[in-house]
Design a protein around this ligand. Sequence first.
Ligand code: G3P
Length: 219
Amino acid sequence: MRLFIDSANLDEIRKAAEYGIVDGVTTNPSLIAKEGHDPYDQIRAICGVIDGDISAEVVSTETGAMVAEGRDLARIHDNIVVKIPLIRNGIKAVKTLAGEGIRTNVTLCFSPMQALLAAKAGAYLVSPFMGRLDDIALDGCDLIREIVAVYENYGYATQVLAASARGPLHVKEAALAGAHVATLPYKVFDRLFDHPLTDIGLEKFLADYRKTLEQASAA
Ligand code: G3P
């Protein structure tokens, strides 16, 4: 399973990159806007931190403009994946960009049937949003399971990227469902490391070791 960081913040991305286990970055217009820099400069800078898929989203909603923007974004770096919203014009843009060999990540996906359309258009990634479904009392984990099943039934090459993860449980459910990728806010990524028994166990190992050494040196 690939793990991406869902952030446009360079400090967070650098901190996550230090572990050497992060495979890419996803951004969206809200995350880019939060950083307050020129969007293209920000995306270029992110490409300099992580050598993996970097999703950068178009902000146009007409097919022609989305395609033009997608081409511009793809020119920033070979690792760019053009993020396109799952709307009618977006699916047309995905089809055109796929025909040109430009990889796309179809975002704002909330149903297996929307995911089917993305796969048929030749999307490289599809991003079902788990957390935003949970927010309205629906099951984001079910959505991942259903999309994985639909894609497996027909052998679609589109990879499922579990997005809008709010905590480690979402990551676990996405992994169990067979999602190819999970994108995580830095906070969620960081929480994956933690287990109280790990800390308690390590403390005990080290205390036992120190005690034995003290006894040996006192003898
Ligand atoms: O970047 C797409 C997605 O992961 C956004 O998540 O937390 O804004 O629902 P969130």
